[in-house]
Design a protein around this ligand. Structure first.
Ligand code: SF4
Length: 421
């Protein structure tokens, strides 16, 4: 069963934007700037930022009135100049297995024909909850198995729009102190925090939006706020080799690689960035990834494409390629999308491939994709959404449909991060 909630008219939960900047999602520096703008004296900025930080990122408040330790005068000025609005929900889908998917509308910029939209997916399990977030609207890369790759890049997300996905998800699943769960009886983890892990596997190549993604992950990992351990944050890249070491040194999260092929000849087709950064260079960057160890392994994603990359010879070559790299391999059954030319490997082929991987010492490489029912509805959501705005589009804006790898977000968090020990 799929619940589709059109919240366009749900103004109580998601008030329409009126042009004021939302402070929800900003980092400390920008909160400080916002406070200066309304006349807060320099000597108070640090203290006021700390207050806002706690209300926004620990309590999740959506009204300045709730900030009871902030003076009434400052609260009034804040409310006059800013909001705490979340990203606007266009649709919300809840899978029978508890997976939740939101189509979210970003604040429109002056030059944009219409507000771009992105997608964000929450995958609950008994002992963890993984949020898969987007970093770009569209993508410059054209991985041939990926639906997002058919959509041109519209723009990078701002840091606050990346953080905003976490805030929105926490609102919707009741993941703030004292908040109620959604009440639909769907699975939520038994953990105290319902979002325990974040994966940057949504739309876009996060390393092409390096600074904003880094700022956002600093906000997410801040121990006085959202407090997500960097060992529970995973960045997934198609292989932007020059930025991998920098990301490891500056951001220090877990890493996943969209590998999908064991020869340059094939990877040049499946993941065309390989023509710039071939497999040998990519794996060298992986070997030198800061902090790599058996407890902090790199995840290699491998989508199973019938007759393309799924032979036993491919499996053996994959094991050889990754030798010496503390790694986890995720085999992802391909989910065809409208217009895709690939088919998913037969289950027997996947099992045989997995067997080779297993015997090489990689545990449980294949996982059942989650939220299949709402992933199936994904294409419908897109066409509905595009139909509605066909006249205004002319190619501007893009619809977010999660690429194949994103269906495996839960896999990324199933043991490879080392966070679970
Ligand atoms: S797999 Fe990732 S990098 Fe490749 S086209 Fe899709 S979104 Fe872009």
């Amino acid at each position: 069963m799929v619940l589709v909630v059109d919240t366009a008219s749900n103004t109580a939960t998601h008030p329409a934007r009126v042009g004021r900047l939302s402070l929800a999602g900003l980092d400390r520096a920008r909160l400080g700037d916002a406070l200066r703008q309304i006349g807060v004296p320099d000597k108070q900025i640090r203290m006021r930022v700390n207050q806002l930080w706690s209300w926004i990122y620990v309590r999740g408040v959506t009204s300045f009135d709730d900030m009871t330790d902030v003076s009434k005068e400052v609260r009034a000025k804040l409310a006059a100049a800013y909001t705490l609005d979340r990203l606007e929900i266009v649709t919300e889908q809840v899978s029978i297995d508890g997976t939740r998917k939101w189509l979210l509308r970003l604040p429109k910029r002056g030059h944009e024909v219409r507000a771009p939209e992105i997608e964000c997916v929450y995958i609950p399990e008994e002992d963890r909850g993984t949020l898969c977030i987007s970093s770009q609207v569209g993508c410059t890369l054209t991985c041939t198995f990926c639906h997002t790759g058919t959509q041109r890049l519209v723009r990078n997300l701002e840091a606050e729009e990346i953080v905003g996905q976490i805030l929105l998800a926490r609102d919707r699943i009741g993941d703030w102190p004292g908040a109620e769960p959604p009440g639909d009886g769907r699975l939520l983890p038994t953990t105290e925090r319902k979002i325990t892990n974040v994966v940057l596997m949504g739309m876009g190549e996060p390393l092409y939006n390096f600074d904003n993604v880094k700022t956002a992950m600093e906000v997410a990992a801040d121990g006085e706020g959202l407090s997500l351990s960097k060992r529970r944050i995973t960045l997934s890249t198609s292989g932007v080799v020059p930025e991998i070491a920098r990301w490891g040194a500056e951001a220090g999260t877990m890493l996943a690689i969209s590998l999908h092929a064991v020869t340059d000849e094939l990877r040049d087709v499946l993941v065309p960035i390989n023509r710039r950064y071939p497999i040998a260079e990519l794996l060298e960057a992986c070997r030198s990834y800061p902090g790599l160890s058996n407890a902090r392994r790199i995840t290699f994603e491998y989508v199973m494409l019938k007759g393309v990359n799924d032979s036993l010879a491919d499996a053996r070559a994959l094991v050889r390629l990754l030798k010496g790299i503390p790694a986890k391999i995720n085999l992802i059954p391909f989910n065809p999308w409208p217009g895709s030319t690939y088919e998913c490997s037969d289950w027997e082929a996947i099992e045989a491939f997995a067997d080779v991987i297993n015997r090489a010492g990689y545990a449980s490489p294949v996982r059942t994709p989650r939220g299949r029912d709402i992933l199936a509805a994904c294409g419908q959501l897109k066409s509905e959404s595009e139909k509605l705005r066909a006249s205004a589009r002319h190619g501007a804006g893009a619809r977010v449909l999660l690429e194949q790898g994103k269906a495996s977000a839960a896999q990324i968090e199933n043991g490879d991060s080392g966070a679970e020990g």
